[in-house]
Design a protein around this ligand. Sequence first.
Ligand SMILES: NC(=O)c1ccc[n+]([C@@H]2O[C@H](COP(=O)([O-])OP(=O)(O)OC[C@H]3O[C@@H](n4cnc5c(N)ncnc54)[C@H](O)[C@@H]3O)[C@@H](O)[C@H]2O)c1
Length: 252
Amino acid sequence: MTNILLSGCSGKMGRVIASLVNEDENAQIVGGIDLIDDSSLPFPVFSSPDKVDVEADVIIDFSHPSCLEGIMDYAAKNHIPAVICTTGLTPEQKAYMASKATETAVFFSANMSLGVNVIIDLAKRATNVLEDNFDIEILEAHHNRKLDAPSGTALYIADAINEAAKEKKEYIYDRHSVRKKRDKNEIGIHAIRGGTIVGEHTVIFAGNDEIIELKHTALSRDVFAEGAIAAAKFMAGKKNGMYDMNDLISSR
Ligand SMILES: NC(=O)c1ccc[n+]([C@@H]2O[C@H](COP(=O)([O-])OP(=O)(O)OC[C@H]3O[C@@H](n4cnc5c(N)ncnc54)[C@H](O)[C@@H]3O)[C@@H](O)[C@H]2O)c1
């Protein structure tokens, strides 16, 4: 049985996790952390990590970047592995998270869906073959309540393409501010916000008279929640260090 502490338990993702774990005989939520104390949740809700008085094997965090430091300090002090799924972290916050991985096990992925991680693998392979003659653009679409733009996943895809590329690419977010032709050596990243779109990511390789598109559409939040629960089970009892989706996938 994996005992989970759920940070952001009253939010959209927190509720999906709580309902999936409720059906799971190998996991249970022992407590939540959230500013909103929703009494309909079947576990105690604490307003911050320092108020938590239950014992957990692992923390899942789908909250807000401002919660990161408190969650990491709590995880490190109590040696509890943390699965960090919150996006929009600054480079300094990512560095802080990595520094705490010397004291506890930390899993981070800007996208917890298996499908997105397959798209990233395909995009890297396409980059190896096409980068000299094709322009690469990334398009992402999300619901109208999302705070960060572009999405953490769009940047995650761009970083993976850059890793695979022979020549390092510059990220261009805002074409309207500069009036000049597209440079060969860039990746355009574009965000759409509207309605209840759960999450769409398209990588476009545009060449002379041919276009390749790799597209992932999340139809419900379950895909991220299932990945996070699988990561939590994988991380319980792990030794200190940074882990990501590649570790989870290769463990299967
Ligand atoms: N990695 C992934 O695959 C993935 C998938 C979906 C969402 N996300 C990210 O997860 C995060 C949460 O997404 P969501 O859609 O559930 O958002 P949400 O706004 O619905 O929920 C966030 C919850 O965190 C709580 N919260 C905010 N600040 C807090 C604080 N200081 N202390 C305690 N609780 C606080 C809010 O009260 C809320 O209940 C976002 O960063 C989102 O981009 C990641």
